[in-house]
Design a binder for this molecule. Structure first.
Ligand SMILES: Cc1ncc(COP(=O)(O)O)c(C=O)c1O
Length: 299
């Protein structure tokens, strides 16, 4: 029965899974020692793209199943998560209340303009208020004000997201030794860890978050996992959404050599890290490395 809801939901939203896995041909030093692949989750949907669908799939299908008609979630003015959720809610006839970090009333970002056009209610929170976004006492206020609303945390990163992310493994038709993914709110890496697959996981922190990101991931795991995982913290290029000329050159290089785009906030930093790790001969020769393209591009 639940499965029926899931496939109906996929049809209604126009979701394309499984996403393809493609060989990666890069002329970067060190790449000839390894087998490189990219999983094109960016092709899952033009808006609910990449890890957005993976993380929201079960929250949305449960919402539809349970007849939820209001959702509250959190994000910045450029949040890919709010954008994907706003579109999905519009398609599903669910009211989204978007709790936005900062006051954009005077100048809505393109993301917020889309959300508004899709019928979302925008609520602007001060930085101090936004910092409490995971605090139970703060959330209780929303439960009280909107008793029927479903709360989805920032980035869609919650335990329900783990099963959706883990489906990536079921879609793989070849063996891989390492999967690399960007890490922002931790849900994607946590989902990959939770599946306990025989794969080494390398997360690339996209913000200055040594210790903090590991904690986010660990907090999402319902039980300890035996999977080997780590987060690398030397590729954030100065912090969240910060970019360096080298990073931008790398994004351009990927476009030229691979024929698809990466953006500098998430997937670009992933490829930037890959280029450096290849140069350092970081991986054992002959390893099969899968790069997870988590989307983030606006079409
Ligand atoms: C395009 C994209 N890639 C990667 C990430 C990082 O994933 P996570 O927040 O699950 O760590 C995000 C943020 O959710 C994102 O928008």
């Amino acid at each position: 029965m639940k499965q029926q809801y899931e496939s109906l939901l996929e049809q209604k939203l126009g979701i394309c899974t499984p996403s393809p896995v493609q060989p990666l041909h890069l002329d970067w030093p060190g790449s000839d020692r390894l087998h490189l692949f990219v999983k094109r989750d960016d092709l899952i949907h033009p808006i609910i793209s990449g890890n957005k669908w993976r993380k929201l799939k079960y929250a949305l299908s449960d919402a539809v199943h349970d007849g939820v008609n209001e959702v509250i979630s959190f994000g910045g003015g450029h949040s890919n998560h709010l954008h994907a959720l706003g579109y999905a809610c519009m398609k599903l006839g669910i009211q989204l209340r978007a709790m936005v970090r900062g006051d954009y009333r005077e100048h809505l970002t393109p993301t917020l303009t889309d959300l508004q056009n899709w019928g979302a209610q925008l609520h602007f929170l001060s930085k101090a208020e936004y910092q409490q976004r995971s605090d139970p006492a703060f959330l209780h206020k929303y439960h009280h004000q909107y008793p029927d609303a479903l709360l989805i945390p920032e980035g869609g990163s919650q335990q329900q997201a783990l099963a959706g992310v883990a489906e990536i493994y079921a879609e793989l038709t070849q063996q891989v030794d390492v999967i690399m993914t960007p890490v922002g709110s931790g849900g994607t890496l946590a989902g990959l860890i939770h599946a306990n697959a025989a794969v080494e996981l390398v997360g690339v922190g996209v913000l200055k978050g040594e210790g903090y990101l590991e904690q986010l991931v660990t907090d999402l795991l319902p039980q300890p996992s035996h999977q080997r995982w780590q987060i690398l913290h030397r590729f954030h290029c100065g912090g969240y959404a910060k970019a360096t000329p080298d990073l931008l050159r790398c994004c351009e290089d990927v476009k030229q050599q691979c024929g698809f785009q990466v953006e500098p906030v998430y997937s670009g930093k992933l490829f930037f890290a890959l280029a450096q790790l290849l140069k350092e001969n970081y991986f054992s020769a002959g390893s099969r490395i899968l790069i997870l393209h988590t989307g983030g591009l606006r079409q």
